[in-house]
Design a protein around this ligand. Sequence first.
Ligand code: ADP
Ligand code: G6P
Length: 759
Amino acid sequence: MTGGRELVMVSNRLPVDRVVASDGSTSWRTSPGGLVTAVAPIVEQLGCLWVGWVGAADEQLEPFEIGSMRLAPVELSEDDIELYYEGFSNGTLWPLYHDVIARPDFHRVWWDRYRRVNQRFAERVAEQAARGAIVWVHDYQLQLVPAMLRELRPDLTIAFFLHIPFPPSRLFAQLPWRKSVVEGLLGADVIGFQQVTDAVAFRMTAERFTRVPALGNTIVVPGTADHPSRTVLAQEFPISIDAAAFAEVAARPEIQQRAREIRAELGNPKTVMLGVDRLDYTKGIRHRLKAFDELLGDGEIDPADIVFVQVASPSRERVDAYRQLRDEVELTVGRINGEHGSIGHAPLVYLHRGHTRDEMVALYLAADVLLVTPLRDGMNLVAKEYVACRADEQGVLVLSEFAGAADELRDALLVNPHDIEGLKAAIVRAAHMPREEQRRRMRSLRRTVYDNDVAHWATGYLGAVRAAAESQRPSQTGHRTEPIQVSTAFVPRSIDDRVRRLAALPQLIVASDFDGTLAPIVPRPQDARILPRARQALEVLRSAPDTYVAVLTGRSLEGLAETGLQSEGWIVSGSHGSELTGLDVGAVAGAGEAPPLGSPLTDEEHERLQRIARRFERVLGGEPGVRLERKPFGIAVHTRQVADSEQADELMAAAVELGLAAEMHVREGKQVREFSVRDSNKGSVLRSIRAALPNAPVLFLGDDVTDEDVFTSLGHDDLGIKVGDGATAAVERVPDPETATAVLALLAELRTGIIIGSE
Ligand code: ADP
Ligand code: G6P
């Protein structure tokens, strides 16, 4: 997977911690946290050199081996631990990157030590890594290492992965050393994030504080006298677990026996609820206990029926916010049991220690409900572990919307942990969920976790890293040469001629569909990304005089933004022409008597939309596989996931009937119908856009049936290009988004003289 190159891991902690007992004897145990859970199984297979701290102060140890890994310890003194680890890493960055749930402290001595310790890590790697190795740096404690390492060893390919969220730019802006942190990260060839929002936030932050432009997922770091320019891929790669390994433990008879014992030890209550977290203020443990306490107090749950087991592994115990949390949690646990327990029965069991993997899995099997309610979490692997273990398709996962895992685990009971009433309702619902519903949800969750396990993740992430490594062309100075080459060879002859004519016109409108045209189609819509070269071409065109760039998409503007598309200065229409930004079309009315284009919903429309939403929810909401997607001006009904195709057709027919009865406009797609209160389409919005701009010919590219409304509206001087197969009114055709991009690049180059780089 690493293309035969040596792999070097770098993280604050090694995958094992050295534990010194009171009698002075030492032993090793697995390090805490999700980083090791996710990453260790991959590198155990691949073999690697791992550089990190052993978890205890002032330990000077020679490199040693465990299995296929060679571990090279980095020493941390008591002062380093206080200033770099507890201070800057966990007193500044951790709270800042987790939505400032706790107040971050900014101290110059902490920062100073953070830099020095990062330098020490970089030097240790530089000493140890083989020539041309792939070095993979982990997490917020080591954000300066990529640039420091590049300086020391330009021959290495450097990857970075942030296991925690990246904060929105307005929060990151608080950090006095923000520019240095971004520059540190930009030393990497690939920067991986947990979620789209993290990657988008980083790219915006990088643009804001270091003025490096981002083209799609790619950031271009300009060259200097000593270093040529380079590109950095900054993209989301949601991390996962070795699902099969958990399943294997869960299948062992002695583990299942242990699960039964755990239930028996708890008094065989009707419901066992479980929480498993590091004792961290980001995990929402206080909120969870409050909800549980109130439910007992209100009499909504009977302490005789339910036991809540909270496993909290000790973490960062000398940091103030953690110490306070521990005191508070322990007080609350005592109070709840004091008020609601009885002799021989405590409704709340609190275990403040680490457990073996086997014991964790037995707990997962024993639990009817798992509560994962962080206020903010990069991913949360506990949620995925629970699902991976439940081969019996039973058990309910209650999951915070603010955990990265919520992006994937849509069939969990999703909650906002700040909403205590909502959390209470979810707990009650989970405790009473019928077995059949549990099965349906768990089945779908398991599919997601197995389809997206850590091997899948490693293929994507390490695949990107390997691609970066392959593109390295070391020159004599040891620096790679700039890979950008121009190629418009793709563009078919007949289109080439037409594009040359358009490029020479005084005014021009360049318009395009998004999915399938600028961005290749991917299985999950939120994963779609504009091709970097297409984005660059459109950006160059937008900056050219008398040239207007418009994107016309069926997505809502919000859905488009989720792809990370940066379209400042572009005209963008969403929801098939119902939404418009980037152009004031004034009082230009929509079709017929409709309200003006781009105007918000009228009261009447809002009311109508609410009515049909309620009706769809009632009639179709409980149907397995049907997805109702709320759009700004309507609702889309998706039946792609309905297992039986005949049933899918019937359900869709029912939806159409309901929609027509409510006077909605229906738009047809592949296994989706959109019901909209406004009668707009891409053709009508393009007409309005043209009317608001100086008279100019249009180049339009599109791949979908809905793009035909544009193609049929084009005149003699315009050029319509269909992307892909299928009947069309367009005069030209290209096979795929890559060729569509080549057309845009050619146009941009001819119109401006600026060369558009290849991807
Ligand atoms: P974080 O990385 O913030 O700690 P995750 O949920 O992503 O959170 O990962 C936590 C990992 O630590 C999981 O693999 C979980 O099984 C493990 N873990 C949590 N608590 C304990 C515990 N008390 N004993 C052993 N392992 C634990
Ligand atoms: C989270 C972080 C890791 C960290 C782990 C344990 O998973 O993302 O980087 O190692 O928590 O925290 P600790 O401070 O004990 O290393």
